[in-house]
Design a protein around this ligand. Structure first.
Ligand code: PXP
Length: 260
């Protein structure tokens, strides 16, 4: 598999979106107000996050409607709302007008978003959601597996952004890990060649972030579960700062290698 020719500079900055869903998971375990996702968003911003991501699920298992209202109103960083392509979620997005909306597949029984959207098979369903979000000035992204057909279908749909699912890479070991990484590299190159801004996320940790951050076409990483888990041991501020430093180091080293 040969990576398609680059159309963007490999030195473009890499943004960090901090997903605060699981702050709400912990709060909901007791049903009160603590810990507050808005406070977490502010700490993440101070620690170097470039954006805040939150997924309002149909079953409201973590983030609530009230959280989205508070995040949209009270935080200064751009808000990226992860949402299923349903009329209910579209109404929430149009009411709060986040900076971006990332359309994700959603299954009731899954523990987390298990795979990417089927843009190839679900194109007719997605079109009106993409059009109505875009008409409201919301930057639309599609969460997809690193698969050429899905990327081409996303480009045909006219969205500005795709987010590549890194879950399979993060879970793989040995040779499979290298294969998954190569799929992501190829997909990022293809997305960029087709004029799509490329984001990535799911399952990223201190250990797995470096190789993804080194891919020059990727412009943003969205990371949540690991950061909130790590915050238990070292604090959210310290977890975000360390993630930011690892991303920046990997990016700088890769850029140095490419320009040497
Ligand atoms: N990106 C998308 C589109 C997601 O759905 C999620 C999980 O909500 C993430 C990134 C973050 O994944 P994780 O919590 O595993 O870091």
């Amino acid at each position: 598999m040969t990576t398609p020719a680059r159309t963007t500079s490999p030195a473009l900055p890499l943004r960090l979106g901090v997903n605060i869903d699981h702050v709400a998971t912990i709060r909901n375990a007791r049903g009160g107000d603590h810990p507050d996702p808005v406070r977490a968003a502010r700490i993440a911003a101070e620690a170097g996050a470039d954006g805040i991501t939150a997924h309002l699920r149909e079953d409201r298992r973590h983030i609530s409607d009230r959280d989205i209202r508070a995040l949209a109103r009270d935080i200064e960083l751009p808000l990226n709302l992860e949402m299923a392509a349903t009329e209910e979620m579209l109404a929430v997005a149009l009411a709060h007008r986040p900076h971006a909306a990332c359309i994700v597949p959603e299954k009731r029984r899954e523990l987390t978003t298990e795979g990417g959207l089927d843009v190839v098979g679900g194109c007719d369903h997605l079109v009106p959601f993409v059009e109505r979000l875009a008409a409201a000035g919301i930057r639309v992204s599609l969460f997809i597996d690193p698969d050429s057909a899905q990327i081409e279908a996303a480009a045909d749909l006219g969205v500005p952004v795709v987010e590549l699912h890194t879950g399979a890479y993060c879970e793989a070991t040995g040779a499979a890990c290298e294969r998954e990484l190569e799929r992501i590299r190829y997909a990022a190159g293809l997305a960029s060649t087709l004029g799509l801004e490329c984001h990535a996320g799911h399952g990223l940790s201190f250990e797995t972030v470096g190789k993804i951050a080194a891919i020059g076409e990727i412009r943003e990483l969205n990371i949540g579960h690991f950061l909130v888990g790590e915050a238990i041991f070292c604090g959210l501020d310290s977890a975000v700062k360390r993630m930011r430093a690892l991303m920046d180091k990997a990016r700088a080293e890769a850029t140095g290698r490419r320009t040497a």
